[in-house]
Design a protein around this ligand. Sequence first.
Ligand SMILES: Nc1nc2c(ncn2[C@@H]2O[C@H](COP(=O)(O)OP(=O)(O)OP(=O)(O)O)[C@@H](O)[C@H]2O)c(=O)[nH]1
Ligand SMILES: [Mg+2]
Ligand SMILES: [Zn+2]
Length: 363
Amino acid sequence: MPHDAHELSLSEVSVGLRELAFNEHTLHALQQKFSDVRPLLDAHLVGRVGRLDRGWSTILMSAAGEQVRTRNIGADVAVGDWVVLSEDLERVEVVVARQSSLTRRVSSDVVRAESHTVAANMDTVLVVQAADVEPNLRRIERELVLGFDSGATPVVVFNKCDELSESDIAKMMHNVQPVIAGVDAYAVSAKTGFGLDHLRNYTYKYESETPQTIAMLGASGVGKSTLINSLVGHEVQRTGEVREGDSRGRHTTTASELVQLANGGWLLDTPGLRVVSLWMSSNGIERAFADVFEASNNCKFRDCKHENEPSCGVHAAVANGEFTADRVANMKTLVAEEVTLENQQIEYARTQDKRGVRKTTSN
Ligand SMILES: Nc1nc2c(ncn2[C@@H]2O[C@H](COP(=O)(O)OP(=O)(O)OP(=O)(O)O)[C@@H](O)[C@H]2O)c(=O)[nH]1
Ligand SMILES: [Mg+2]
Ligand SMILES: [Zn+2]
Protein backbone atom coordinates (compact mmCIF):
# COMPACT_ATOMS: atom_id res chain seq x y z
CA MET A 1 0.00 0.00 0.00
CA PRO A 2 1.42 3.38 -0.91
CA HIS A 3 2.42 5.51 2.04
CA ASP A 4 0.51 8.43 0.61
CA ALA A 5 -1.33 8.40 -2.68
CA HIS A 6 -0.02 11.87 -3.46
CA GLU A 7 3.60 11.34 -2.45
CA LEU A 8 5.88 11.86 -5.45
CA SER A 9 9.40 10.66 -5.97
CA LEU A 10 12.02 12.78 -7.69
CA SER A 11 12.04 10.46 -10.71
CA GLU A 12 8.44 11.46 -11.42
CA VAL A 13 9.41 15.10 -11.74
CA SER A 14 10.00 16.23 -15.33
CA VAL A 15 13.51 16.10 -16.74
CA GLY A 16 13.18 19.80 -17.58
CA LEU A 17 12.84 20.69 -13.91
CA ARG A 18 15.45 18.24 -12.70
CA GLU A 19 17.89 19.81 -15.16
CA LEU A 20 17.23 23.10 -13.39
CA ALA A 21 18.60 21.33 -10.27
CA PHE A 22 15.18 20.63 -8.79
CA ASN A 23 16.16 18.28 -5.98
CA GLU A 24 14.84 16.24 -3.06
CA HIS A 25 14.79 19.28 -0.85
CA THR A 26 12.60 21.25 -3.24
CA LEU A 27 10.26 18.31 -3.70
CA HIS A 28 9.95 17.89 0.04
CA ALA A 29 9.36 21.60 0.60
CA LEU A 30 6.67 21.66 -2.11
CA GLN A 31 4.97 18.62 -0.59
CA GLN A 32 4.97 20.32 2.81
CA LYS A 33 3.15 23.25 1.28
CA PHE A 34 0.72 21.49 -1.06
CA SER A 35 -1.22 18.31 -0.34
CA ASP A 36 -0.93 17.34 -3.99
CA VAL A 37 1.98 18.62 -6.02
CA ARG A 38 1.27 16.62 -9.15
CA PRO A 39 -1.33 19.00 -10.66
CA LEU A 40 1.09 21.92 -10.29
CA LEU A 41 3.81 20.01 -12.09
CA ASP A 42 1.41 18.75 -14.77
CA ALA A 43 0.22 22.30 -15.40
CA HIS A 44 3.84 23.54 -15.62
CA LEU A 45 3.39 26.09 -12.88
CA VAL A 46 6.68 25.38 -11.11
CA GLY A 47 9.83 27.21 -12.15
CA ARG A 48 13.07 28.72 -10.91
CA VAL A 49 13.98 32.38 -10.74
CA GLY A 50 16.86 32.87 -13.19
CA ARG A 51 17.29 36.61 -12.90
CA LEU A 52 15.69 39.71 -11.53
CA ASP A 53 15.44 43.03 -13.29
CA ARG A 54 13.81 46.20 -12.14
CA GLY A 55 10.26 45.12 -11.44
CA TRP A 56 10.48 41.85 -13.38
CA SER A 57 11.51 38.26 -12.67
CA THR A 58 12.62 35.82 -15.33
CA ILE A 59 11.37 32.39 -14.34
CA LEU A 60 13.06 29.40 -15.95
CA MET A 61 10.48 26.69 -16.61
CA SER A 62 12.93 24.11 -17.98
CA ALA A 63 16.64 23.95 -18.65
CA ALA A 64 15.85 23.93 -22.38
CA GLY A 65 15.15 27.66 -22.35
CA GLU A 66 11.42 27.95 -21.69
CA GLN A 67 10.92 31.14 -19.70
CA VAL A 68 8.16 33.19 -18.23
CA ARG A 69 8.44 36.83 -17.20
CA THR A 70 6.43 37.95 -14.23
CA ARG A 71 6.01 41.26 -12.52
CA ASN A 72 7.52 41.46 -9.06
CA ILE A 73 4.52 42.30 -7.00
CA GLY A 74 4.09 41.10 -3.48
CA ALA A 75 6.27 38.00 -3.55
CA ASP A 76 9.75 38.46 -2.13
CA VAL A 77 11.81 36.41 -4.57
CA ALA A 78 15.54 35.85 -4.96
CA VAL A 79 17.54 34.41 -7.83
CA GLY A 80 17.64 30.63 -7.42
CA ASP A 81 14.22 30.49 -5.77
CA TRP A 82 11.73 27.82 -6.71
CA VAL A 83 8.32 29.33 -7.28
CA VAL A 84 4.76 28.32 -8.10
CA LEU A 85 3.09 30.60 -10.62
CA SER A 86 -0.55 31.60 -10.88
CA GLU A 87 -2.48 29.70 -13.54
CA ASP A 88 -2.33 32.64 -15.96
CA LEU A 89 1.48 32.74 -15.42
CA GLU A 90 1.17 36.40 -14.49
CA ARG A 91 2.33 36.25 -10.88
CA VAL A 92 4.48 34.34 -8.46
CA GLU A 93 1.98 32.71 -6.15
CA VAL A 94 4.29 30.88 -3.75
CA VAL A 95 7.99 30.97 -3.04
CA VAL A 96 9.03 27.45 -2.02
CA ALA A 97 10.85 27.19 1.33
CA ARG A 98 14.58 27.63 0.69
CA GLN A 99 17.20 24.94 1.09
CA SER A 100 19.79 27.66 1.64
CA SER A 101 20.21 31.37 1.01
CA LEU A 102 22.84 34.05 0.99
CA THR A 103 21.45 37.03 2.78
CA ARG A 104 23.13 40.29 3.45
CA ARG A 105 22.27 43.49 5.16
CA VAL A 106 21.03 46.12 2.78
CA SER A 107 22.58 49.01 4.69
CA SER A 108 24.39 49.64 7.90
CA ASP A 109 21.50 51.91 8.79
CA VAL A 110 20.65 51.15 12.40
CA VAL A 111 17.01 52.06 12.01
CA ARG A 112 16.34 49.87 9.02
CA ALA A 113 17.81 46.50 9.84
CA GLU A 114 16.68 45.12 6.52
CA SER A 115 18.03 42.22 4.56
CA HIS A 116 18.28 41.23 0.95
CA THR A 117 18.68 37.69 -0.34
CA VAL A 118 21.14 37.59 -3.23
CA ALA A 119 21.13 33.85 -3.89
CA ALA A 120 18.82 30.98 -2.97
CA ASN A 121 18.89 27.20 -3.04
CA MET A 122 22.56 26.58 -3.62
CA ASP A 123 24.42 23.44 -2.56
CA THR A 124 27.84 25.07 -2.32
CA VAL A 125 29.04 28.61 -1.69
CA LEU A 126 32.45 29.51 -3.06
CA VAL A 127 34.05 31.96 -0.67
CA VAL A 128 36.29 33.73 -3.19
CA GLN A 129 39.46 35.65 -2.24
CA ALA A 130 42.18 37.20 -4.38
CA ALA A 131 45.35 35.17 -3.81
CA ASP A 132 47.83 36.68 -1.36
CA VAL A 133 50.78 35.07 0.45
CA GLU A 134 49.39 36.60 3.63
CA PRO A 135 45.66 35.98 3.23
CA ASN A 136 43.29 38.16 5.22
CA LEU A 137 42.30 35.58 7.83
CA ARG A 138 39.81 37.82 9.58
CA ARG A 139 37.96 38.47 6.33
CA ILE A 140 37.92 34.75 5.52
CA GLU A 141 36.54 33.95 8.97
CA ARG A 142 33.77 36.49 8.48
CA GLU A 143 32.90 35.19 5.03
CA LEU A 144 32.96 31.60 6.24
CA VAL A 145 30.39 32.50 8.89
CA LEU A 146 28.16 33.86 6.11
CA GLY A 147 28.85 30.76 4.03
CA PHE A 148 27.90 28.40 6.85
CA ASP A 149 24.91 30.51 7.81
CA SER A 150 23.56 30.22 4.29
CA GLY A 151 22.84 26.54 4.88
CA ALA A 152 25.04 25.50 1.93
CA THR A 153 28.56 24.07 2.16
CA PRO A 154 31.28 26.73 1.98
CA VAL A 155 34.46 26.15 -0.04
CA VAL A 156 37.34 28.64 0.05
CA VAL A 157 38.76 29.65 -3.34
CA PHE A 158 41.91 31.70 -3.86
CA ASN A 159 41.65 33.18 -7.33
CA LYS A 160 44.38 35.04 -9.30
CA CYS A 161 47.03 32.48 -8.38
CA ASP A 162 48.73 33.32 -11.71
CA GLU A 163 50.03 36.36 -9.81
CA LEU A 164 51.86 34.25 -7.21
CA SER A 165 54.86 31.97 -7.52
CA GLU A 166 54.39 28.30 -6.80
CA SER A 167 56.17 28.60 -3.47
CA ASP A 168 54.03 31.61 -2.48
CA ILE A 169 50.89 29.61 -3.29
CA ALA A 170 52.15 26.86 -0.99
CA LYS A 171 52.85 29.44 1.75
CA MET A 172 49.40 30.95 1.32
CA MET A 173 47.71 27.55 1.63
CA HIS A 174 49.78 26.90 4.73
CA ASN A 175 48.95 30.29 6.25
CA VAL A 176 45.21 29.84 5.81
CA GLN A 177 45.07 26.45 7.53
CA PRO A 178 44.33 27.82 11.03
CA VAL A 179 41.01 29.29 9.92
CA ILE A 180 39.67 26.69 7.48
CA ALA A 181 39.60 23.49 9.50
CA GLY A 182 37.31 21.06 7.73
CA VAL A 183 36.58 23.38 4.80
CA ASP A 184 37.90 22.57 1.33
CA ALA A 185 40.23 25.23 -0.07
CA TYR A 186 41.69 25.60 -3.57
CA ALA A 187 44.20 27.78 -5.33
CA VAL A 188 42.94 28.66 -8.82
CA SER A 189 43.30 31.14 -11.64
CA ALA A 190 40.30 32.19 -13.69
CA LYS A 191 42.78 33.71 -16.13
CA THR A 192 44.84 30.60 -16.89
CA GLY A 193 42.36 27.91 -15.88
CA PHE A 194 44.71 26.60 -13.21
CA GLY A 195 42.85 24.54 -10.57
CA LEU A 196 39.41 25.01 -12.11
CA ASP A 197 38.80 21.27 -12.43
CA HIS A 198 38.59 21.12 -8.64
CA LEU A 199 35.70 23.56 -8.76
CA ARG A 200 33.92 21.70 -11.56
CA ASN A 201 33.54 18.77 -9.17
CA TYR A 202 31.14 20.85 -7.12
CA THR A 203 28.94 21.75 -10.05
CA TYR A 204 27.59 18.30 -10.88
CA LYS A 205 27.22 15.08 -8.88
CA TYR A 206 28.17 12.52 -11.47
CA GLU A 207 27.30 9.42 -9.35
CA SER A 208 23.69 10.51 -9.00
CA GLU A 209 23.52 12.60 -12.21
CA THR A 210 22.27 15.62 -10.34
CA PRO A 211 23.19 19.16 -11.30
CA GLN A 212 24.26 21.33 -8.37
CA THR A 213 23.85 25.03 -7.71
CA ILE A 214 26.93 27.01 -6.72
CA ALA A 215 26.99 30.61 -5.55
CA MET A 216 29.94 32.98 -5.26
CA LEU A 217 30.58 35.09 -2.21
CA GLY A 218 33.38 37.62 -2.11
CA ALA A 219 34.45 41.23 -2.34
CA SER A 220 34.14 43.23 -5.53
CA GLY A 221 37.10 42.59 -7.83
CA VAL A 222 38.18 39.17 -6.56
CA GLY A 223 37.10 37.72 -9.90
CA LYS A 224 33.75 36.03 -9.30
CA SER A 225 32.39 36.87 -12.74
CA THR A 226 35.69 36.00 -14.43
CA LEU A 227 35.58 32.62 -12.68
CA ILE A 228 32.07 32.06 -13.99
CA ASN A 229 33.14 32.95 -17.53
CA SER A 230 36.09 30.56 -17.30
CA LEU A 231 33.97 27.74 -15.93
CA VAL A 232 31.36 28.30 -18.65
CA GLY A 233 34.05 28.55 -21.31
CA HIS A 234 32.94 31.81 -22.90
CA GLU A 235 31.94 35.23 -21.75
CA VAL A 236 28.53 35.30 -20.13
CA GLN A 237 29.18 37.79 -17.35
CA ARG A 238 30.61 41.28 -17.64
CA THR A 239 33.81 41.79 -15.66
CA GLY A 240 35.61 44.95 -14.57
CA GLU A 241 39.17 46.05 -13.96
CA VAL A 242 40.14 46.57 -10.35
CA ARG A 243 41.29 50.07 -9.41
CA GLU A 244 44.95 50.95 -9.66
CA GLY A 245 46.51 51.40 -6.25
CA ASP A 246 44.19 49.60 -3.88
CA SER A 247 43.07 46.70 -6.13
CA ARG A 248 39.48 47.21 -5.14
CA GLY A 249 36.76 46.22 -7.56
CA ARG A 250 34.26 48.54 -9.20
CA HIS A 251 31.09 46.61 -8.38
CA THR A 252 30.69 45.48 -11.96
CA THR A 253 28.05 42.86 -11.23
CA THR A 254 24.94 44.58 -9.94
CA ALA A 255 22.38 41.77 -10.02
CA SER A 256 22.41 38.07 -9.35
CA GLU A 257 21.92 35.65 -12.22
CA LEU A 258 21.80 31.88 -12.73
CA VAL A 259 24.20 30.66 -15.42
CA GLN A 260 24.32 27.09 -16.73
CA LEU A 261 27.54 25.17 -17.31
CA ALA A 262 28.14 22.74 -20.17
CA ASN A 263 28.05 19.84 -17.68
CA GLY A 264 24.57 20.88 -16.53
CA GLY A 265 25.50 22.52 -13.23
CA TRP A 266 24.32 26.00 -12.27
CA LEU A 267 26.37 28.98 -11.14
CA LEU A 268 24.99 31.98 -9.38
CA ASP A 269 26.90 35.19 -9.94
CA THR A 270 26.38 37.72 -7.20
CA PRO A 271 27.39 41.34 -6.75
CA GLY A 272 30.47 41.92 -4.61
CA LEU A 273 29.56 42.58 -1.04
CA ARG A 274 30.19 46.20 -0.23
CA VAL A 275 30.14 45.66 3.48
CA VAL A 276 30.31 42.04 4.43
CA SER A 277 27.82 42.42 7.13
CA LEU A 278 26.27 39.54 8.96
CA TRP A 279 22.62 38.73 8.82
CA MET A 280 20.58 36.58 11.20
CA SER A 281 23.23 34.12 12.04
CA SER A 282 22.05 30.58 12.51
CA ASN A 283 24.95 28.42 13.60
CA GLY A 284 27.54 29.94 11.26
CA ILE A 285 29.75 31.26 14.04
CA GLU A 286 29.75 27.94 15.88
CA ARG A 287 30.73 26.14 12.70
CA ALA A 288 33.34 28.61 11.46
CA PHE A 289 34.91 28.70 14.93
CA ALA A 290 34.35 25.06 15.87
CA ASP A 291 37.82 24.82 17.47
CA VAL A 292 37.15 27.78 19.78
CA PHE A 293 33.73 26.43 20.75
CA GLU A 294 35.28 23.05 21.43
CA ALA A 295 37.87 24.64 23.72
CA SER A 296 35.15 26.57 25.55
CA ASN A 297 33.78 23.25 26.78
CA ASN A 298 36.76 23.28 29.14
CA CYS A 299 35.90 26.67 30.64
CA LYS A 300 35.10 26.45 34.34
CA PHE A 301 32.12 28.79 34.03
CA ARG A 302 29.30 27.96 31.70
CA ASP A 303 28.82 31.61 30.80
CA CYS A 304 32.57 32.29 30.48
CA LYS A 305 33.21 35.30 28.24
CA HIS A 306 36.86 34.25 27.84
CA GLU A 307 37.98 37.59 29.25
CA ASN A 308 39.59 37.35 32.68
CA GLU A 309 37.72 34.43 34.18
CA PRO A 310 39.78 31.76 35.92
CA SER A 311 40.17 28.34 34.32
CA CYS A 312 39.19 29.48 30.84
CA GLY A 313 39.52 26.70 28.26
CA VAL A 314 39.82 29.20 25.42
CA HIS A 315 42.74 31.02 27.08
CA ALA A 316 44.37 27.67 27.75
CA ALA A 317 44.03 26.70 24.08
CA VAL A 318 45.55 30.02 22.98
CA ALA A 319 48.43 29.45 25.41
CA ASN A 320 48.89 25.98 23.87
CA GLY A 321 49.06 27.49 20.42
CA GLU A 322 45.89 25.75 19.22
CA PHE A 323 44.58 29.01 17.77
CA THR A 324 45.51 32.67 18.03
CA ALA A 325 44.17 35.39 20.28
CA ASP A 326 43.33 37.35 17.10
CA ARG A 327 41.03 34.57 16.02
CA VAL A 328 39.24 34.64 19.37
CA ALA A 329 38.98 38.45 19.21
CA ASN A 330 37.45 38.26 15.74
CA MET A 331 34.96 35.67 16.91
CA LYS A 332 33.92 37.97 19.75
CA THR A 333 33.47 40.84 17.29
CA LEU A 334 31.24 38.70 15.09
CA VAL A 335 29.21 37.48 18.06
CA ALA A 336 28.76 41.08 19.25
CA GLU A 337 27.64 42.16 15.77
CA GLU A 338 25.15 39.37 15.68
CA VAL A 339 23.71 40.30 19.06
CA THR A 340 23.42 43.96 18.04
CA LEU A 341 21.72 43.02 14.80
CA GLU A 342 19.29 40.71 16.53
CA ASN A 343 18.33 43.48 18.93
CA GLN A 344 17.84 45.87 16.02
CA GLN A 345 15.66 43.34 14.26
CA ILE A 346 13.53 42.86 17.35
CA GLU A 347 13.19 46.62 17.71
CA TYR A 348 12.38 47.03 14.01
CA ALA A 349 9.74 44.28 14.15
CA ARG A 350 8.21 45.95 17.19
CA THR A 351 7.89 49.36 15.49
CA GLN A 352 6.42 47.72 12.40
CA ASP A 353 3.88 45.90 14.55
CA LYS A 354 2.90 49.17 16.19
CA ARG A 355 2.16 50.68 12.83
CA GLY A 356 0.08 47.66 12.01
CA VAL A 357 2.43 46.60 9.24
CA ARG A 358 3.12 42.91 9.29
CA LYS A 359 5.55 41.21 7.04
CA THR A 360 4.06 38.21 5.33
CA THR A 361 6.29 35.20 4.90
CA SER A 362 6.09 32.80 2.06
CA ASN A 363 6.19 29.57 3.98
N1 LIG B 1 45.49 38.08 -12.94
C1 LIG B 1 44.25 37.69 -12.80
N2 LIG B 1 43.26 38.60 -12.87
C2 LIG B 1 41.99 38.18 -12.73
C3 LIG B 1 41.68 36.80 -12.49
N3 LIG B 1 40.34 36.71 -12.35
C4 LIG B 1 39.83 37.96 -12.51
N4 LIG B 1 40.83 38.84 -12.74
C5 LIG B 1 40.66 40.28 -12.99
O1 LIG B 1 40.10 40.91 -11.83
C6 LIG B 1 39.22 41.98 -12.23
C7 LIG B 1 37.86 41.82 -11.53
O2 LIG B 1 37.21 40.67 -12.03
P1 LIG B 1 35.61 40.46 -11.95
O3 LIG B 1 35.35 39.08 -12.41
O4 LIG B 1 34.89 41.57 -12.59
O5 LIG B 1 35.38 40.54 -10.36
P2 LIG B 1 34.02 40.33 -9.55
O6 LIG B 1 34.39 39.58 -8.33
O7 LIG B 1 32.98 39.74 -10.41
O8 LIG B 1 33.66 41.82 -9.14
P3 LIG B 1 32.21 42.49 -8.91
O9 LIG B 1 31.30 42.06 -9.99
O10 LIG B 1 32.51 43.93 -8.91
O11 LIG B 1 31.76 42.00 -7.56
C8 LIG B 1 39.18 41.93 -13.75
O12 LIG B 1 40.07 42.91 -14.25
C9 LIG B 1 39.65 40.54 -14.08
O13 LIG B 1 40.26 40.46 -15.35
C10 LIG B 1 42.74 35.88 -12.42
O14 LIG B 1 42.61 34.66 -12.21
N5 LIG B 1 44.02 36.39 -12.58
MG1 LIG C 1 31.14 40.36 -10.96
ZN1 LIG D 1 36.44 30.76 28.70
